[in-house]
Design a protein around this ligand. Structure first.
Ligand code: FES
Length: 107
């Protein structure tokens, strides 16, 4: 399967998230949770907030606008006003680079 390179893994410090923009995808958020990388949509499903500007709490990201929370692992909306999930993407690490599949699939 074709993959698309997002970012050098070292750029994303443990416990942090960075927004990445690549052609053909909505804005993406790349998380490093204790050395494990996750990628999901960066735009909140409630409004247009950038989730990478939010707060990580364990494996949750809290939206900076209205404090809705999402599971970073599954994209599930966990607390109101967020009710719709966000897309998550399978992650591959190769040669220190974070990849996701080039073919986008919706949750
Ligand atoms: S924009 Fe994210 S909870 Fe409202």
């Amino acid at each position: 399967m074709d993959s698309i390179a997002l970012i050098e893994a070292d750029f994303v410090e443990p416990g942090t998230v960075l927004r990445v923009d690549v052609d053909g995808f909505p804005p993406l958020a790349v998380f490093n949770l204790e050395g494990v990388y996750f990628v999901c949509d960066d735009t909140c499903s409630h409004g247009e907030a950038s989730l990478s500007e939010g707060t990580i709490e364990g494996d949750r990201i809290e939206c900076p606008w209205h404090n809705g929370q999402f599971c970073i692992r599954t994209g599930a909306a966990l607390t109101p006003p967020a009710v719709r999930p966000i897309a998550v993407y399978p992650v591959t690490l190769k040669d220190g680079i974070v990849f996701i599949p080039a073919n986008r699939s919706n949750p």
